[in-house]
Design a protein around this ligand. Structure first.
Ligand code: PTJ
Length: 261
């Protein structure tokens, strides 16, 4: 890998790309993962590569709903594990919910590879110690995060083929699912099943963003850092949420990009 200088103005973006390149070489990503990432980058550029006030409100709402849920699950795909796996494990440790590998382009090899990477990340997160402000037993909390997805004993009604496969004890029986970078069909199917669907997607116009119960229009790694902080410090409960408003706010921020240059 070429060395990226500390002062490079696009250092974070280049490091994220390199992580994806390395993961692709190890067979962990979908073939179209880079295309999806590139589309995300374009929206992020317009958003000013920042977590907006409006996204912070959505992050607060997502945490409130995960906390209030009876059976919350965090669903992850290839891009998400590589870019935000460690922080989502921290969120799962604080909320005490499982993480399920659930893929659009499903193959047994990718599921096994991503579960193995998550398992290493869980060990790292455990050893790095508790995030600031966490007061419980971190070692136990992280150790008890279940990594699911290999079971293949559940089905998401309304989807066909490998995309319908899930874990019966995970997404199959969840009432609330956090699904970063989801596809529109699966988001719709989960909503139709009566589940609360919480998403992270940089595209405020995607079908997923528009159909979700709560949409965080933000980059998955940045949003996951903020989610960790909010799970530790947040106190609020779920509100009457106007999701159209955050989508409009994101579009307004993007439309104002020229004024920020
Ligand atoms: O690992 P798999 O097999 O489940 O496949 C994962 C991808 C992402 C390849 C697959 O789900 C896919 O093709 O997704 P789409 O339909 O291209 O949608 C990806 C959405 O995520 C788009 O709306 C992008 O704008 C958005 N996106 C991409 N990168 C990021 C992102 N949103 C937040 N953070 C990102 N880093």
């Amino acid at each position: 890998m070429a060395k990226i200088s500390e002062s490079h103005p696009r250092r974070d973006s280049l490091l994220a790309r390199q992580k994806l390149v390395d993961a692709a070489e190890r067979g962990l990503l979908a073939e179209s993962a880079m295309i999806a990432h590139g589309r995300g980058e374009a929206y992020d550029y317009l958003l000013g590569e920042q977590t907006t006030e409006s996204s912070l409100l959505a992050i607060r709402e997502v945490v409130a709903r995960l906390r209030a849920a009876a059976r919350p699950v965090i669903s992850v795909n290839g891009n998400t594990v590589v870019l935000a796996g460690e922080n989502l494990i921290r969120v799962a440790a604080v909320i005490q919910c499982p993480i399920e590998v659930n893929l659009y382009y499903r193959s047994p090899e990718r599921v096994a590879g991503l579960l193995s990477l998550l398992s290493k990340q869980r060990e790292e997160v455990r050893n790095k110690g508790a995030p600031e402000g966490y007061t419980g037993d971190w070692f136990d909390a992280v150790g008890s995060v279940r990594l699911m997805g290999a079971e293949e004993d559940g089905r998401i009604e309304g989807l066909l083929g490998p995309r319908s496969i899930c874990s019966a004890e995970g997404i199959g029986s969840a009432d609330t699912v956090l699904i970063p970078l989801e596809d529109g069909d699966r988001c719709e199917a989960l909503i139709d099943l009566g589940k609360e669907v919480l998403v992270i997607d940089l595209n405020p116009l995607s079908r997923t963003s528009m159909m979700a119960s709560v949409t965080i229009v933000d980059e998955v790694a940045r949003a996951s850092e903020a989610l960790v902080r909010e799970t530790i410090t947040g106190q609020s409960g779920p509100t009457q949420w106007d999701n159209q408003r955050v989508l409009r706010d994101a579009l307004d921020t993007m439309a104002g990009a020229l004024e920020r240059v």
